[in-house]
Write a protein that binds this ligand. Structure first.
Ligand code: NDP
Length: 327
């Protein structure tokens, strides 16, 4: 038996509970990991509250990421005692995930814990922070340099947004943070934002094309916010779209793409190949200020996960939530 969160769906309805779980629930896998830390990402909030059909197998342990130590392995790439992290691959959706003491997974899904990070720090970064790095890499590879102009980060107080601000500021970019919580402006400035704007400026239906404002954009919100961000991106600028916190729709026109040569990059962390993950984690080691990471991280135990998931969905959590799965 192992302690963890279990999601069930039966005649009693959709339920997430903290309970002792029979380890027969764990699926096939060639590596077993003793989990030390997991986190709450937006997708975990959707899964635990049942707000969107993220979970596609029942019963299932949620948690799209974790960090811990290999306790059993028949995979030649991993041995007992190795420190590892996992992000995505359908874990926490179709395969039992990180919000429990133990996970059994495929060894090919794992990444070694970067030397600079503890398992706790790796999960303070988590899938949100690794995705923020993927967005920053997309803008960099597009050729956008510090000094080229403002970079807009939407959903600024969320996990992806907070890490993106810290990374971009460290790299010398001028960051404009868009948030529904302007009262948190000082916190966002401490992370590295030069300017904070109200998300209402971007969330209403807008014109197909507007005044050129952004050299680049990291968008976690989608919907009208993404459409307006594209419409106000400068000539040959780029937008990295990774989220849907404001909606899954994209009510835009082609005008920014065909008149301004704007590029829209889609960012997916879940199925990203190993080489992309390794690059992102190596860059996080180099470019993330761990003092800023600490300032945006809140720690909870497994017993607080259900309540925190509701708060995350209500937009009441700032930055990152890490979960100590052993308490
Ligand atoms: P969080 O819940 O931590 O942050 C989301 C933020 O979005 C909130 O803090 C809030 O920021 C803003 N927000 C919430 N609701 C709305 C709304 N209705 N309209 C506009 N803004 C809103 O989530 P994460 O940072 O973990 O994830 C952000 C998004 O990125 C999610 O949609 C998630 O699914 C996606 N994602 C995608 C990945 C990928 O692989 N493509 C990987 C990881 C995340 P504020 O209060 O500052 O306005």
């Amino acid at each position: 038996m192992l302690n963890g969160i279990l999601i069930t769906k039966d005649e009693a309805g959709y339920q997430a509970r903290l309970q002792a779980i029979d380890d027969a629930v764990l699926q096939e896998g060639d590596v077993t990991v003793s989990i030390e830390w997991s986190t709450l990402n937006y997708k975990d909030g959707l899964a635990i509250t049942g707000k969107a059909p993220v979970v596609r197998r029942f019963p299932l342990i949620p948690g799209i990421d974790f960090a811990g130590t290999v306790s059993e392995s028949s995979n030649p790439a991993w041995k007992i005692g190795d420190k590892v992290i996992l992000n995505g691959w359908g874990v926490g959706e179709t395969h039992c995930g990180g919000l429990a003491e133990v996970a059994r997974i495929k060894g090919e899904w794992l990444v070694p814990l970067p030397k600079q990070f503890s398992t706790r720090q790796a999960m303070a970064i988590g899938t949100a922070g690794y995705t923020a790095m993927l967005c920053v890499l997309a803008l960099e590879k597009h050729g956008i340099k510090a000094g080229d102009g403002d970079i807009l980060v939407t959903g600024a107080n969320g996990g992806v947004g907070s890490v993106a601000i810290a990374l971009l500021a460290k790299l010398g970019y001028r960051v404009v943070a868009s948030t529904g919580r302007v009262a948190e402006a000082e916190h966002l400035k401490a992370l590295g934002a030069s300017e904070v704007i109200d998300r209402n400026e971007l969330s209403a239906p807008g014109k197909p094309i507007g005044k050129e404002r952004w050299a680049g954009v990291v968008d976690t919100v989608g919907s009208h916010t993404l459409a307006n961000a594209c419409a106000t991106t400068r000539y040959r600028g780029a937008v990295a779209a990774c989220g849907l916190a404001g909606g899954m729709d994209f009510p835009a026109t082609v005008a920014p793409f065909i008149l301004r040569g704007v590029t829209l990059y889609g960012i997916d962390s879940v199925m990203a190949p190993l080489s992309v993950r390794q690059e992102a984690w190596a860059r996080l080691e180099r470019d993330l200020d761990t003092a800023k990471l600490d300032a945006m991280t809140k720690e909870i135990g497994l017993g607080e996960v259900l309540e925190a998931a509701g708060q995350l969905m209500a937009g009441q959590i700032r930055g990152r939530v890490i979960v100590d799965v052993n308490r």
